[in-house]
Design a protein around this ligand. Structure first.
Ligand SMILES: CC(C)(COP(=O)(O)OP(=O)(O)OC[C@H]1O[C@@H](n2cnc3c(N)ncnc32)[C@H](O)[C@@H]1OP(=O)(O)O)[C@@H](O)C(=O)NCCC(=O)NCCS
Length: 187
């Protein structure tokens, strides 16, 4: 992969570095994921507080299957977005996007910045559509994906659970990589 590093400016003027995850990020990732609260953890697919999960990720990096994009500030990881791809099959033009941001960096536009960057990357990888599966109660995620050009295509009623174990809906958002209607960030 060609060297890749970008600087992003957030709504409050603070700066982050966007770069791919590398093997050496293990400790920083553990620290980042340990800092997330229970509510945010609920919306993630893996048990990111388990060092074995992080080991599996950093020891098996394959940017053609999963491109993990990190946001770093002051030497700490403050955001993580991933573009998941398939090399073959009927969904080979479809990618999946997941994103998580550190509590103290939320609401500053970082989630949207990461999603926008992953959509750009998806275009470079030749993907045509992107899908995000979002818990109905993940309000910021719904807003961030919408701002980045995703729109709701399906709602699966009562498919997922909330923190108390009550059933909730799963929202499937889709983005057309070439023709997306992306809104400018508000300051
Ligand atoms: C989803 C997530 C990455 C968003 O990160 P972020 O840096 O806060 O995102 P942004 O600041 O770019 O955008 C957040 C948007 O949510 C809005 N928002 C925040 N709280 C909200 C609420 N309670 N209800 C509705 N909208 C809300 C913000 O106003 C902003 O929208 P705007 O840009 O139109 O003003 C972050 O909340 C997170 O890590 N959540 C836990 C993990 C998760 O849910 N991931 C999604 C699964 S793929």
């Amino acid at each position: 992969m060609k060297p890749y590093q970008k600087e992003g400016v957030l709504k409050d003027g603070s700066r982050v570095i966007l770069r791919p995850m590398v093997k050496e990020d293990r400790e920083k990732l553990l620290e980042f994921f340990r800092g997330l609260d229970e509510k945010d953890l609920l919306f993630l697919r893996s048990d990111v507080r388990d060092p074995a999960v992080i080991d599996r990720w950093v020891n098996n990096i394959d940017y053609r299957r999963a491109f993990p994009l990190l946001a770093e500030a002051g030497g700490r990881i403050v955001g993580d977005g991933t573009l998941h791809m398939r090399l073959m099959g009927w969904k080979r033009h479809v990618g999946n996007v997941r994103v998580v941001v550190a509590k103290e960096y939320q609401g500053k536009g970082l989630g949207t910045l990461l999603i926008n960057e992953l959509v750009e990357l998806a275009g470079e990888y030749g993907l045509e559509k992107l899908v995000a599966e979002i818990h109905l109660q993940a309000h910021s995620a719904l807003a961030a994906f919408k701002r980045a050009g995703f729109s709701t295509k399906a709602v699966f009623e009562d498919l997922v659970k909330d923190l108390t174990g009550r059933s909730s809906d799963l929202v499937v958002m889709v983005c057309d990589v070439e023709g997306r209607d992306r809104r400018a960030p508000e300051s």
